[in-house]
Design a protein around this ligand. Structure first.
Ligand SMILES: Cc1cc2nc3c(=O)[nH]c(=O)nc-3n(C[C@H](O)[C@H](O)[C@H](O)COP(=O)(O)O)c2cc1C
Length: 226
């Protein structure tokens, strides 16, 4: 287990898509889940459910769904220009890692699905209809905002424990099949499919656009000074 500080973990965490087959000890999975449930959620509702899949049969079923869903995503990426800020070599590396995982998701020793019970907001009549409509329209954002902080805690906890992971969402195209494999009730939605395991890949080497391009001060058009 590594003993690293928070900022070192943040700066050296990157998408890991190659995993050794070695099992991940139960105590470490528990530690990761315990980090997940420290996250905030709207109204502190904690309507989350973390599905941990370690059985080989179940992993292969999910892996097959992820592979089929990813074929569509591959078509999308193949026809879109790649982002200007990513160097071609870096993009090729991400692409080949992505395609590798399309085929091998089910081989990761742990598949973790952070889920959320999505409950339609109950809005009293004394809130004006126009505001109720806006609150309803905002509900999908609020839902995601109540599970992705937990997902980030999972990513950082994995890094701290020397485990690799990556947030993936391709499976959502075939989510109904995923829910059937896992026996999930209708109101529970899956927000990520995260392979977790030991890796021979190196952490670090993350490249991001500079703050001056992505942050502003006081108002749009006034870039954050470097
Ligand atoms: C919302 C979201 C969805 C993602 N979906 C996938 C996915 O389906 N498959 C995959 O391999 N990576 C997926 N990723 C991982 C991104 O490709 C990765 O975080 C990004 O390329 C940065 O990688 P780096 O940290 O190694 O630089 C997703 C990331 C996010 C935030």
């Amino acid at each position: 287990m590594s003993d690293i500080g928070l900022f070192e973990a943040i700066h050296s965490t990157r998408a890991i898509r190659h995993f050794r087959p070695d099992p991940v000890p139960h105590e470490l999975i528990a530690k990761i889940l315990d980090a997940a449930i420290q996250a905030p959620s709207a109204g502190n509702n904690q309507n989350w459910l973390f599905v941990v899949v370690t059985g080989a049969d179940q992993r292969q079923k999910l892996g097959d769904i992820y592979r089929r869903a990813s074929l569509w995503v591959r078509e999308k990426y193949a026809s879109n220009p790649h982002p200007a800020h990513i160097e071609p070599a870096q993009y090729r590396k991400m692409w080949s890692g992505g395609v590798y995982l399309h085929e091998r998701m089910g081989d990761a020793p742990v598949l973790l699905l952070p889920c959320l019970r999505v409950i339609a907001p109950m809005l009293p009549d004394d809130i004006p209809a126009e505001i109720r409509a806006r609150m309803t329209a905002a509900a999908p954002w609020t839902a995601g905002a109540s599970i992705y902080p937990a997902v980030q805690n999972i990513i950082l906890a994995c890094r701290a424990l020397g485990l690799g992971t990556v947030l993936t969402t391709n499976h959502t195209i075939l989510e109904a099949e995923v829910k059937q494999v896992l026996g999930l009730p209708d109101d529970v939605r899956t927000f990520a499919l995260m392979p977790i395991g030991y890796t021979d890949d190196k952490f670090g080497g993350v490249r991001r656009r500079p703050l001056s391009e992505v942050a502003v001060i006081d108002r749009y058009g006034s870039p954050w000074p470097n």
